[in-house]
Design a binder for this molecule. Structure first.
Ligand code: GLU
Length: 302
């Protein structure tokens, strides 16, 4: 298949696709990002890389970081099933409703409550979890310039009331072990990392490859990789995981920075970036481009 020709075709259709949605505006640094940015990067396991648009421009990965913190926690131990469930929430990313009903056990690790417990677990398992997190990303992406945007980091800190509330609620149920400020700091740090579509697709390739990088390093066992992909499939798109499966048909994760990273196990990793978000918080044009990709190639997991 001529993937570059196919991506060029997708690029043409994205240019005429009406831009819908709004750029995230809860912090100025995200609100100021140009809504017209678009990038897409496809890394195939057997046939190289293909790209369109701003595939090398870095953006705030936000919630996509939750997949990497899950991977790091699974490198250190088994899935913490007694503390974080593996069911879709059907609720927005920062919702508190189910958390109260379900006694402080988050529905899954890809919503805020679950990622905050995961940050708690990383603090218990690593002497320097921030360093371990960045090291993992640099290793997976092959780029030692991956880092956080400190303006985003500081700004997020000022707008963390809901995340703090989630932490306190979970603490009241005994599901938080470390200092709340320290956990929040790590969570905000991971969200403030900047990566490009190319960096992200290269990093996600290990989830498409049974847990191994292309040069043969074992990042995770194939069983743990299967679990991460299963969680991405069922829980990766806030309260729109069903819609993403229905339209695109790949395990993946979105972030409010407008990025989406997805994998077709055994075949490829693919990422898109377009900042305007639909009402559920997922990149509208990114979802459209990925739907085009799996439709035109016939390559989805279903
Ligand atoms: N930093 C954001 C928050 O926790 C991440 C949201 C997201 O990308 O879903 O509110």
């Amino acid at each position: 298949m001529d993937y570059q020709a196919l991506l060029n075709q997708i690029h043409k259709t994205t240019k005429v696709h009406p831009i819908q949605g709004k750029v995230a505006s809860y912090i100025p640094e995200l609100a100021e990002v140009d809504a017209a940015n678009f990038g897409m990067h496809l890394c195939c396991l057997n046939s190289g890389d293909y790209a369109i648009g701003n595939n090398k421009k870095r953006f705030s990965i936000q919630s996509i970081s939750k997949v990497f913190s899950l991977a790091l926690a699974l490198q250190a131990g088994d899935y913490p099933i007694s503390r974080i469930n593996v069911e879709p929430s059907g609720d927005p990313f920062n919702s508190m409703i189910l958390l109260e009903q379900e006694c402080g056990i988050p529905r899954n690790p890809l919503i805020n409550s679950g990622a905050l417990v995961m940050a708690d677990i990383l603090i218990s398992n690593f002497d320097n979890p921030k360093e371990a997190f960045i090291k993992l990303l640099r290793n997976l992406s092959g780029s030692d310039t991956i880092d956080i945007n400190s303006k985003v980091f500081l700004s997020e800190k000022k707008h963390s009331h809901k995340n703090l509330a989630l932490l306190h609620l979970m603490k009241s149920f005994g599901n938080i072990k470390n200092d709340i400020e320290e956990i929040l700091d790590l969570y905000i740090f991971q969200c403030a990392v900047e990566m490009s579509c190319k960096d992200l697709a290269t990093s996600f390739l290990c989830f498409a490859n049974g847990g191994q990088t292309l040069d043969g390093q074992e990042v995770l066992t194939s069983t743990k990789t299967k679990r991460i992909n299963a969680i991405m499939q069922t829980c990766g798109f806030y309260d729109e995981a069903g819609e993403f499966s229905f339209r695109v048909g790949l395990p993946g994760k979105s972030g409010v920075g407008g990025g989406i990273a997805a994998v077709h196990p055994g075949y490829y990793a693919v990422t898109t970036w377009s900042p305007p978000l639909n009402p559920k918080g997922n990149s509208d044009l990114g979802m459209y481009a990925l739907e085009e990709l799996t439709t035109l190639t016939g390559l989805s997991v279903f």
